[in-house]
Write a protein that binds this ligand. Structure first.
Ligand code: ATP
Ligand code: MG
Length: 652
């Protein structure tokens, strides 16, 4: 029985894990949590004091939800806290970035080396006239220079705008123009699935339509020792483009960090676009630093010897907060991998884990569902015995996938932290503290320190435990985005007008008797059948629990009789055939798992589901398809447009 509504398995923190953890039992978590909500200023001041400040704040928290300011008057620099703080200590020779290229090259960069590289590149930016407050677009693949690009911007106070390296040139144009970037940092090529991604050529194509860009710095990725010889020549525009390696060769290795005000902008990042057109969220320096530092420390329980591998691309917020800023502030060794999980074969991640002795592994449900689909044989050659903690983020994780992760990757030994958060929240808001809070498959469990989530009605009234509703956050927290770039009104209306006084997450949730939160999917994706509200996650998890189903997406379409009818899109595990009999069996299965009400009216088999490039199912496109038979909505962040065409064909 793996339906979300009836999930009642509880996995207490393993005793040997808890014994060495930062937070070792439930009492400790609860007393820290109590302090964090009853005396937030004391709590956050203590946390912030673990970082370096050039000037201390005068007030910890000023203002209300929607306009709150944190660590007011404080001066700091995030690149200093990520790099200098460790480079100038006895951690100088510790590896900061451990990189593996897709073709197999390995680079190890210590905190001391990173300190030099960041200062040199920061000076290159300064030499181009880039200064505090200027926007810089970064369009690169996963390589150490990408992290260095972010840190160098942060060092001089330039606002970075990272654009995922898988986007096409029109997405680049939109984002560069929306934030009026003065420079673009890119690279010649990056490698994915054995092929070249021609990043510089895509930048060239975009820049004809981007009048604000004055300079382009190009990192030569293809010359790393052991790389395949570059096939595509790169054209350099005289007076606009410079090579990274040439520029740093003559740059001074001394660049004192800019003293940033706590509320000075740090970066702009566009959301995944799962529900609509992406929004450029603005994060600021002080609160974001403290939030990503503290969540990394406690939720990933980072320890001195950890080798930490977050599989997210830096193009997403997960990469910003949990590849770069959070773990580096903690002085952690961060593993970065350039390419695809199934290149040259489907065991690539496990090979990386065993080779580099990865101890903390953080990935997304979409990846876990792919591992399951590929089959357990890919795990057989690996011990995975360096792992001690696993994490997941991005979508609700189906209990079936959680159990697979727990058994096959965690070997029933590693706690799983299911981390719920958003681009807007900057840092994780709901997740188990692994040495203290027992886990339940499919639940993000309990709030992080200082976070007061509540499940409410449309009117903002609390709903009783066990019932579904809207997830809101009642109190301000340090790392919340301060604005939508260029559109402060949309910021107010999207997040603070729906339920006055609260932050509106846009997600549906339910809280159980133990106070655990269960994310039920987007509010927009809630299906209303004859007056009953069903979360997409519930029905999908029931389908995925069927032994033949790998992945499922469920949407509502208008129905005269019932208000909404349920349309399910199902992809099968390897080796199973689609058939009418299976269709009926699956419809029955859902009825048995959840109730007759949840039985899908239509059920279609499909080899793949439409997803964003960060791997999230785009239900809005499926909803449109199920309703009108076609798709006209924004598809700029869709991974593969061919999926829609195939689904349409399947229709006829
Ligand atoms: P857009 O806001 O542009 O539609 P998006 O919401 O997918 O895109 P992100 O900020 O990357 O952009 O994703 C945050 C969302 O991802 C959350 O609101 C939630 O729906 C989902 N999510 C993230 N982590 C989890 C999790 N652990 N459990 C359930 N849902 C999650
Ligand atoms: Mg969102």
């Amino acid at each position: 029985m793996q339906s979300l509504l009836r999930e009642n398995r509880l996995f207490p923190p393993p005793a040997d894990f808890a014994a060495k953890a930062h937070i070792q039992n439930l009492e400790q978590y609860e007393s820290m949590y109590r302090k964090s909500v009853e005396e937030p200023e004391e709590f956050w001041a203590e946390a912030a004091s673990e970082l370096d400040w050039f000037e201390k704040w005068t007030t910890v928290l000023e203002g209300e939800m929607g306009s709150a300011k944190w660590f007011v008057g404080g001066k700091l620099n995030l690149s200093h806290n990520c790099v200098d703080r460790h480079a100038l200590s006895n951690a100088r020779d510790k590896v900061a970035l451990l990189w593996e290229g897709e073709p197999g090259e390995v680079r190890k960069i210590t905190y001391g080396e990173l300190h030099v590289m960041v200062q040199q590149f920061a000076n290159v930016l300064k030499g181009l006239g880039v200064g505090k407050g200027d926007r810089v677009a970064i369009y690169m693949g996963m390589c150490p220079e990408l992290a260095i690009a972010l840190l160098s911007c942060a060092r001089i106070g330039a606002i970075h705008n990272v654009i995922f390296g898988g986007f096409a040139s029109h997405a680049l144009v939109d984002r560069i123009n929306d934030s009026q970037c003065v420079a673009v940092l890119t690279q010649d090529v990056s490698y994915r699935r054995g092929g070249e991604v021609k990043l510089k050529a895509i930048v060239d194509e975009a820049l004809g339509k981007c009048p604000t860009v004055k300079n382009v710095v190009v990192y030569q990725r293809s010359t790393v020792e052991g790389s395949p010889e570059r096939k595509t020549p790169v054209s350099m525009v005289e007076g606009r483009d410079i090579w990274w390696h040439e520029a740093v060769a003559t740059a001074s290795a001394e660049c004192p960090p800019e003293w940033m005000d706590s509320e000075d902008p740090l970066y702009i990042l566009y959301t995944s676009g799962t529900t609509g057109k992406p929004k450029g969220l603005v994060h600021t320096t002080g609160g974001y630093s403290v939030g990503t530092y503290l969540t990394s420390k406690y939720i990933f329980d980072l320890q001195k010897d950890d080798v930490y591998f977050c599989t997210a691309d830096i193009g997403w917020v997960t990469g910003h907060s949990y590849v770069v800023y959070g773990p580096l502030q903690n002085g952690t060794t961060v593993l970065m991998y350039e390419g695809a999980p199934n290149w040259p074969d489907c065991d690539r991640f496990w090979r990386i884990v065993d080779t580099h002795k990865v101890s903390v592994f953080y990935t997304a449900p979409t990846a876990i569902r792919a591992f399951i689909k590929w089959g357990d044989a890919y795990l057989a050659p690996y011990t995975l015995d360096s792992l001690r903690l696993l994490g997941t983020v991005g979508e609700p994780i189906n209990p079936e996938a959680w159990m697979w992760y727990h058994t096959n990757i965690g070997k029933e030994r590693c706690p799983i932290v299911d981390t719920w958060w958003q681009t807007e929240t900057g840092a994780i808001l709901i997740a188990p503290i692994p040495g203290a809070v027992g886990t339940k498959p499919g639940s993000a469990t309990r709030p992080f320190f200082g976070i007061v989530p509540e499940v409410v009605t449309k009117e903002g009234e609390p709903v009783p435990k066990g019932q579904g509703g809207l997830l809101v956050i009642r109190k301000p927290w340090p790392s919340i985005a301060r604005s939508i770039y260029g559109d402060p009104d949309r910021y107010k209306s999207a997040y603070f007008s729906e339920i006055p006084g609260s932050y509106f997450t846009g997600d549906g949730a339910r809280q159980d008797e133990d106070g655990y939160f269960w994310l039920m999917g987007r509010v927009d994706d809630v299906i209303n059948v004859s007056g009953h509200r069903l979360g997409s996650a519930e029905i999908e998890s029931a389908l995925v629990a069927h032994p033949k189903v790998a992945e499922a997406a469920v949407v509502g379409r208008p129905d005269e009789m019932k208000g909404q009818a349920i349309a399910a899109f199902v992809s099968l595990e390897e080796g199973h055939e689609a058939s009418d009999a299976l269709k009926q069996e699956l419809r029955q299965w859902v009825a048995k798992e959840i109730g007759a009400l949840a039985r899908p009216d239509d059920l279609r088999f499909t080899p793949t589901l439409p997803k964003t490039r960060s791997g999230k199912i785009m239900r809005r496109l499926l909803r449109e398809l199920a309703t009108t038979g076609t798709v006209t909505g924004d598809t700029t962040t869709l991974e593969d447009f061919g999926v829609i065409a195939k689904l349409r064909e399947g229709d006829e």
